[in-house]
Design a protein around this ligand. Structure first.
Ligand SMILES: Cc1cc2nc3c(=O)[nH]c(=O)nc-3n(C[C@H](O)[C@H](O)[C@H](O)COP(=O)(O)OP(=O)(O)OC[C@H]3O[C@@H](n4cnc5c(N)ncnc54)[C@H](O)[C@@H]3O)c2cc1C
Length: 409
């Protein structure tokens, strides 16, 4: 009989993991706290390490229909707009890594993921309040008083994870000192700006500004990050004032102001992360995505890593009997932790590198970026990774190894 896997959280990580686990033959249920999962108006970048998995889950057509394939990752200078680096994406990336790079509206991605799940797998309006486990299984409690039993429990319930708290206690995330304004500008309102179909990152003193097209090219999505010393609330959906956003970019290139002029509303986010957790699993319960490795968005990898987690988890649980769940989860965690921790650290590093004030350090950064050519080695290591490719289950006493194909990771 196939193992019953209970996933808490129907975000990108939870739904992608469900697809991976269903494909591996498990009996899967996903419990999402909100009745109707809505996403803020914002985009997301999906690199080949994530899209190669989504294509395997049958999402190719949906991505093609709703996504946008950018030509390049471009870094520009805040004031004069000069290009500091240009790394090709488009066909070049697909040829190199066997999967495309997409920009997509989050709502479109979530719809694509959840509609690929068979009816009844995703149950909404079910808020998990805790979980207990025995040697033979897990029991999950919900706010409405109901309970569900399974062989494995996966917490994919985001940065404020209840499942993580159940396993390891309360620990507040760290405010990064950065806030982000996000919004969508209708493409026709920015047509006069000649915005290129790239993932563009403008770097300047104490901030950066990223934009790219989503929704088949109908909207230009932007994420405008600036530094702020404190944050009162941990809300993820505060409306932000466009004038405040404009003030953060005073003196920056007119294209940035042209984009801000074209939006009707912005949302303001405080950006949080955590230090890497020492452990993700206890017995039959594990974590994935932002619940265990929330990261700053400066590598555009948080969702991609949560998608990778699901693929590796399914590979580790494959052929596992109910008695072997705990070692399989430990193996999953051992395979995933070094990679996600290094990307968390790289994202933190970028919060300094991206925001350097003009001066010798900024000049050195710009020179390094200009010399890197087509695709930086760090990016190549991320994009080339195949999270499903794990070595056969190690025999007792042997270490866990990742297949040679993934040496780049
Ligand atoms: C500004 C910004 C830009 C970003 N850009 C990118 C990008 O370009 N590329 C990229 O890969 N990543 C990006 N990210 C990161 C990415 O958004 C996250 O890493 C990703 O959404 C995490 O997915 P998740 O499923 O782990 O968590 P979440 O998206 O937080 O989903 C958790 C789900 O669990 C549910 N839940 C919570 N508690 C419970 C409970 N008790 N019971 C039941 N359900 C519960 C929630 O309602 C939610 O649906 C960005 C993040 C930010 C802030």
């Amino acid at each position: 009989m196939s193992l019953k896997v209970v996933i808490i959280g129907g975000g990108i990580g939870g739904t992608a993991a469900a697809l991976a686990l269903l494909r591996a033959g498990f009996d899967v249920r996903v419990f999402e706290q909100v009745e109707t999962k809505t996403e803020v108006g914002a985009g997301i970048q999906l690199s080949p390490n994530a899209t190669r998995l989504l294509l395997r889950y049958g999402l190719g057509e949906a991505l093609k229909l709703r996504g946008v394939r950018p030509h390049a990752i471009e870094v520009r200078r805040w004031q004069d707009g000069s290009t500091l680096s240009l790394e090709p994406l488009g066909d070049a990336i697909e040829q190199s890594y066997g999967a495309p790079y997409y920009h997509i509206h989050r709502a479109d991605l979530l719809v694509a993921l959840s509609s690929a799940l068979p009816a009844g797998v995703l149950q909404t309006g079910r808020r998990c309040t805790g979980a207990t486990q025995t040697e033979r299984g897990v029991r999950v409690q919900f706010e409405d008083g109901s309970q569900v039993e399974g062989d494995v429990l996966v917490g994919a319930d985001g940065i404020h994870s209840t499942v993580r708290r159940t396993l390891f206690g309360e620990e507040r995330p760290r405010f990064s000192g950065n806030i982000a304004y996000r919004g969508l500008a209708p493409a026709e309102r920015v047509a006069h700006l000649g915005v290129r179909r790239n993932s563009t990152n403008w770097m300047g003193p104490h901030g950066h500004f990223v934009h790219y097209f989503v929704a088949g090219g109908k909207y230009l999505n932007f994420v405008a990050v600036s530094e702020q010393s404190s944050w009162e609330r941990e809300s993820w959906t505060d409306r932000g004032s466009i004038d405040d956003a404009r003030r953060c970019y005073a003196g920056w290139h007119p294209q940035i102001h042209g984009i801000l002029d074209a939006v009707d509303e912005t949302f303001k986010w405080a950006l949080f992360d955590r230090m890497p957790l020492e452990a993700w699993s206890v017995g039959r319960i594990t974590l994935l995505g932002d619940s265990c490795h929330p990261m700053l968005p400066y590598m555009a990898q948080g969702a991609a890593q949560s998608i990778e987690d699901g693929a590796t988890l399914a590979a580790c649980l494959a052929d596992c009997s109910a008695a072997d769940v705990a070692p399989a989860l430990l193996r999953y965690e051992m395979l995933r932790k070094p990679r996600t921790a290094s990307i968390q650290a790289a994202a933190r590093g970028n919060s300094i590198t991206f925001h350097l004030p003009d001066g010798p350090a900024q000049q050195e950064r710009d020179a390094t970026m200009a010399s890197q050519g087509d695709l930086s080695p760090r990016r190549a290591a991320i994009f080339g990774f195949d999270a499903e490719m794990i070595a056969p289950s190690p025999v007792a006493g042997e270490g866990v190894v990742v297949s040679a194909k993934n040496d780049a990771g």
